[in-house]
Design a protein around this ligand. Sequence first.
Ligand code: GDP
Length: 297
Amino acid sequence: MAFESLSDKLQNVFKKLRGKGRLSEADVKAALKEVKMALLEADVGFKVVKQFIKSVEERAIGQDVLNGLNPGQMVIKIVNEEMVSLMGSETTEIKLNPGNAITVIMMAGLQGAGKTTTTAKLAGKFKAKGKRPLLVACDVYRPAAVKQLQVNGEKQGVPVFSMGEKHKPVNIAKAAIEHAEKNGNNVVILDTAGRLHIDEDMMAELQEIKENVHVDQTILVVDAMTGQDAVNAASMFNDKIGIDGVIVTKLDGDTRGGAALSIRAVTGKPILYVGMGEKLSDLEQFYPDRMASRILG
Ligand code: GDP
């Protein structure tokens, strides 16, 4: 189950808090120290943890929480609220242009993050909303990527536009948009090339697409299991090309939760969806409150 190790640790802290009738300032500080350790072990970034604990502590020790009827429960409620706020509070939808106006979405990410799979998963979501998506194979370095997109597109019943591996991604993107205009597709999703590490070539290629094609939304795909590396990737992509939101994949195998908890705080950009498995239906909208409940039990 996702986040089980973080979840277990926090629930232990909470059990102790609930067990005490009255709480002193020292009790709260000791509990928050344990929460802090649990978050750091979950691979949440140090700065994020520090700020989080500070916010909780100010609220928990400040007002009349400690003199209230059920101080342990109040502290737990504050941790919950601050965790929801850390993840952005609201659910963010991917903005689509109305009616038949085309929305162009550029998918970016490191190789292996789950970008191609997620691209096909997203197409399924848009199709279910009555949109007519077109998937576009802009990853010209891996012939297998083009094939993979075609196979997944077919499974989703969504057309795939490809020009093989001999054209520049920016030209494929332009041709795909023309194709979409002619064929009545109103969401064009560009599956771009990933590399093992962030490098200048990859960024230049994405920038070139953005400079020459009207991209409405740039969505970054990151792998939850890589923890802080995923957060760092999100920061770098955001600085270099500008992203509108993030999809965090492989949450089904992530016992720690560091990436999901830190991305919003570090980049200021929302998590839009989370990948919960390999099947094309395993993509869920991201609800900060539900995620906090899942973690806090
Ligand atoms: P890309 O290189 O970024 O395009 O990555 P792929 O889409 O090829 O995905 C890499 C691997 O991750 C594949 O085996 C996918 O099935 C797997 N994968 C993608 N998303 C998820 C997810 O949410 N959960 C799990 N368990 N596996 C995933």
